[in-house]
Design a protein around this ligand. Structure first.
Ligand code: MN
Length: 190
């Protein structure tokens, strides 16, 4: 049931086909496509050969370069498979803000979902995302504060917030216990 390498491969094959077709439609060389998208010729070539799984940021640039929505890049993406993520999953301890990806970004669905743990005393500031990106924060344990522009808002367990994330934002936990929240980041598809 878990989303596995096979699914990523299917997306990679689809993207390779789409990119080749789009370029052919417009009669664009790799160099012309690189100029339009800001993605290097080498990277575009790798994607077209199915040798690279591009990041969301790269997908955005490619879609923008062809003046398409993200979803149009992967028009015939297969429906997502049923996926179970167990609570016992390992959390990457990268820093004091422990981020566990629950569901990775899927262009057909337009969002990614994380569970974030803020240890006591931790503050994280985030750079603005691209225009149109919308974040959702749902506090599932402890209490925390959310910063939008320069204003901090206290959030209790169970509180939920939705905000346009194309501006400076941040999260902090001034309490003595861990705070945990679900963070759903939505990327517009056109
Ligand atoms: Mn953010």
């Amino acid at each position: 049931m878990a989303r596995g390498a096979g699914d990523d491969e299917a997306v990679g094959v689809l993207l390779a086909r789409r990119l080749r077709a789009l370029r052919a439609q417009r009669g664009w060389s790799l160099e012309r496509a690189a100029r339009a998208t800001g993605v290097s010729k080498a990277m575009l070539g790798q994607i077209e050969r199915g040798e690279s799984s591009p990041t969301v940021a790269t997908l955005w640039r490619i879609a923008g370069g062809f003046e398409l929505g993200l979803s149009d890049l992967l028009l015939d993406a297969p429906p997502p498979p049923a996926t179970v993520v167990r609570a016992s999953r390992l959390r990457p301890a990268v820093d004091a803000m422990l981020v566990a990806p629950l569901f990775a970004y899927d262009p057909a669905l337009g969002f990614e979902l994380f569970e974030v743990t803020l240890l006591p005393g931790y503050t994280r500031r985030s750079e603005p995302h691209a225009a149109g990106v919308v974040e959702h924060v749902v506090v599932v344990s402890g209490a925390m504060e959310l910063c939008l522009d320069d204003d901090w808002t206290a959030l209790a367990c169970g509180d939920a917030v939705r905000f346009a994330a194309d501006r400076a934002h941040g999260y902090r936990n001034l309490g003595a216990a861990d705070a945990r929240f679900l963070n759903l980041v939505h990327y517009p598809t056109r």
